[in-house]
Design a protein around this ligand. Structure first.
Ligand SMILES: Cc1cc2nc3c(=O)[nH]c(=O)nc-3n(C[C@H](O)[C@H](O)[C@H](O)COP(=O)(O)O)c2cc1C
Length: 325
C-alpha cells in the first residue's frame, strides 16, 4: 500500500494526466477494468478555475467510484494557484497535483508547466503557497528540465520535499524533447535516491512487463502510465497480475466489445452534445481496436456514422462471429 500523506492506494499504478483523454468516462472505464490505484484528471488552468469558467468546472465533475482521484492544476501566479488548489480541495478531490512538466508552447509562454523549471524561485513560491493553502496531499509532476544542458529535476525534487510535497512524479524527458527520443529512466533512479518522499516513475511504459522493469530498474514507488492506457486499458490489471506473480490475461474480443459499448453508453448518458459524443467515441474506438485483425475496417466504417444506433450496430456486427455467444 503506497501513501501520499493521508491518502493510501494499491496497487501503486497511476493513470497519467492527459488533456483531452483522461476525462470522466475514460477514468471510469479504467476503474471498471481494474488494476489502477490512482486516477488523474486532465490538467486544469488555475486562471480559468478561479474565474469560475463554466467549461472548466464541468470538466472537474467526478464520482466516488473514481476515487482516489487527483486533480492537476497549472499556472504561474502563486496566489491564484493557491486559490485554485482550495477549489480542488473544496470539491472533495483526494489529491491536488501541480503541473510543472507541460512542454506545450501555449503553456510555456504563460510561464507555467515546464517553464517553471526555468525559474525555480517562482516554482518554490508556488509550491510553498499552495502547500499552505490546502490540507489534502499535494504532489508535483515535472520533467528532467527545460533542456538537456539545464537539467534540474533533482533540485526541483529537493525543493518539493523541503516544502512539504507528499510525492513527485518524473517524466524524464526535457521540455525541448517533447516526446522525442527515449525517456531516460536512470534519472528516475537518481531522483529516487535523492529523496525520501515517494517518487513516481513515468515515461515510455508500453506493457505490463515494461512497468515491472521500471520498478526494478529505478526503485520508484509507483509507476504512472499515459499513452499506453489509451490503446490498452487492461495494462493496469495486467501489471497488477505480474506484481502478484501471476500470468497477465490478454483481453478477449468480448472484453473489447463490452468495453467499447460501455464507454459508448456512458458517453451518451453524460454528454448532451451528440456530435461531440460521437467524435469522442470514434477516437476511443480507434484506440481500443488498435492492433486487432480487421480493426481498420471498423474504424473506417464508424468514421462516417452519425447516429448512436448505427454505431452500436456496427460494433456489434464487427464482433459477431468473433465472440462465441
Ligand atoms: C494527449 C496527451 C495529453 C497530456 N496531457 C498532460 C497533462 O494535462 N498534464 C501532464 O502533466 N501531462 C500531460 N501529458 C503527459 C503525460 O502525463 C505523460 O507524462 C507522458 O505522456 C509520458 O508518459 P507515457 O510515455 O506513459 O505516455 C499528456 C500526454 C499526452 C500524450
Amino acid at each position: 500500500m503506497l501513501s501520499y500523506g493521508s491518502v493510501a492506494f494499491d496497487p501503486p499504478l497511476v493513470l497519467a494526466p492527459m488533456a483531452g483523454v483522461t476525462d470522466r468516462q475514460f477514468r471510469l472505464i479504467l476503474r471498471r477494468v481494474g488494476g489502477v490505484g490512482l486516477v488523474t484528471m486532465e490538467f486544469v488552468s488555475s486562471e480559468a478555475l478561479v474565474r469560475g469558467n463554466e467549461r472548466t468546472l464541468k470538466m472537474m465533475h467526478y464520482c466516488d467510484e473514481e476515487r482516489p482521484i487527483s486533480i492537476q492544476i497549472y499556472g504561474s501566479n502563486a496566489a491564484r494557484m493557491a486559490e485554485a488548489a482550495r477549489v480542488v480541495e473544496s470539491i472533495g478531490a483526494d489529491i491536488c497535483d501541480i503541473n510543472m512538466g507541460c512542454p506545450a508552447n501555449k503553456v510555456l509562454k504563460g510561464c507555467s508547466g515546464c517553464a517553471l523549471m526555468g525559474d525555480l524561485d517562482l516554482a518554490r513560491d508556488i509550491i510553498a503557497t499552495v502547500r499552505r493553502a490546502i490540507r489534502i496531499p499535494l504532489t508535483v509532476k515535472f520533467r528532467a528540465g527545460v533542456r538537456e544542458e539545464t537539467q534540474n529535476y533533482l533540485e526541483l525534487g529537493r525543493i518539493c520535499e523541503g516544502e512539504g510535497v507528499d510525492a513527485v512524479a518524473l517524466h524524464p524527458r526535457t521540455a525541448k524533447q517533447m516526446y522525442r527520443g527515449r525517456a531516460d529512466w536512470t534519472r528516475i533512479a537518481r531522483l529516487k535516491e535523492a529523496l525520501s518522499i515517494p517518487v513516481v516513475g513515468n515515461g515510455d511504459v508500453t506493457s505490463a512487463q515494461d512497468a515491472l522493469r521500471m520498478f526494478g530498474e529505478t526503485g520508484c514507488d509507483a509507476v504512472m502510465i499515459g499513452r499506453a492506457s489509451m490503446k490498452n486499458p487492461w495494462i493496469y490489471r495486467q501489471t497488477q497480475s505480474l506484481l502478484r506473480g501471476e500470468e497477465p490475461c490478454e483481453p478477449t474480443d468480448a472484453d473489447r466489445r463490452d468495453l467499447i459499448l460501455a464507454h459508448f453508453h456512458m458517453l451518451m448518458e453524460q454528454e448532451n452534445e451528440l456530435r461531440f459524443a460521437l467524435h469522442k467515441l470514434r477516437t476511443f474506438t480507434g484506440w481500443y481496436t488498435h492492433g486487432i485483425v480487421g480493426g481498420k475496417q471498423l474504424r473506417t466504417r464508424i468514421g462516417s456514422l452519425d447516429s448512436p444506433r448505427a454505431f452500436i450496430e456496427a460494433v456489434e456486427e464487427f464482433f459477431e462471429g468473433r465472440v462465441a455467444a
